[in-house]
Design a protein around this ligand. Structure first.
Ligand code: SAM
Length: 193
């Protein structure tokens, strides 16, 4: 997963992003959606994809080692809290391989129409071996199995009111980039993100 993506239609993606709704899921809601305790966040390096106006990063930064918020729309709509807020698209993440312990997406991949496969591949690429990629919501397609592999599972983790599960992927260190390519295809064949 070393190669960067160069052929995506940025204008189209930017237009799609503008049509996504703004919300602010705060710290406790994120913890519920992703199944974190405060202890889980201690000393972790965390990336929140499509963070928007969420207050999660501000609170989590008090516990974690570092929390970076990324959103494609920050340049048009400055975030209140500017530290560690990066303007970029999920489909082409400006980070090195194996950078984060936790890579999260709360109701942001949901809005992607172009380049979902690339966004998921990028999230896996920038996560450290044994790190976790957590994506909410994830809807299992009718007739599919919830267990994809040893590394990938759907989890109903939250006390939150929604009945939707969260997809949790552990970056299996023994997988090669080609294995992850297959895994991403398998996941997207089974799950609506
Ligand atoms: C519904 S808001 C969710 C905000 C926050 N994560 C929460 O749970 O409250 C969706 C956010 O995803 C961002 N977004 C949509 N598509 C994106 C993309 N391709 N790359 C990065 N951010 C994207 C939007 O700009 C918006 O801020």
């Amino acid at each position: 997963m070393n190669e960067q993506l160069t052929s995506l239609p940025y204008d189209k993606i930017a237009q799609e992003v503008k049509s996504s709704r703004r919300t602010d899921r705060h710290f406790e809601v994120y913890k519920d959606l992703f199944g974190f305790t405060d202890n889980d966040l201690k000393n972790k390096t965390i990336l929140d994809i499509g963070a928007g106006d969420s207050g999660f990063a501000i609170e989590a930064a008090k516990i974690a080692k570092r929390v970076i918020r990324l959103d494609s729309d920050y340049s048009n709509r400055s975030p209140e809290y500017k530290s560690d807020a990066i303007t970029a698209i999920a489909q082409e993440l400006p980070f090195r391989d194996d950078t984060f312990d936790e890579t999260l997406a709360s109701v942001s991949l949901y809005w992607i129409k172009t380049g979902l496969n690339e966004a998921l591949s990028e999230m896996i690429r920038v996560t450290k071996p044994e790190g976790k990629i957590r994506i909410y919501p994830a809807f299992l397609r009718v007739g599919q199995m919830a267990q994809y592999s040893q590394s990938t599972r759907l989890a109903y983790v939250g006390k939150h009111k929604s009945l939707s599960p969260t997809l949790v992927i552990t970056k299996n260190p023994s997988y090669k980039p080609s294995d992850w390519k297959n895994e991403v295809s398998n996941i997207l064949a089974c799950v609506d993100l």
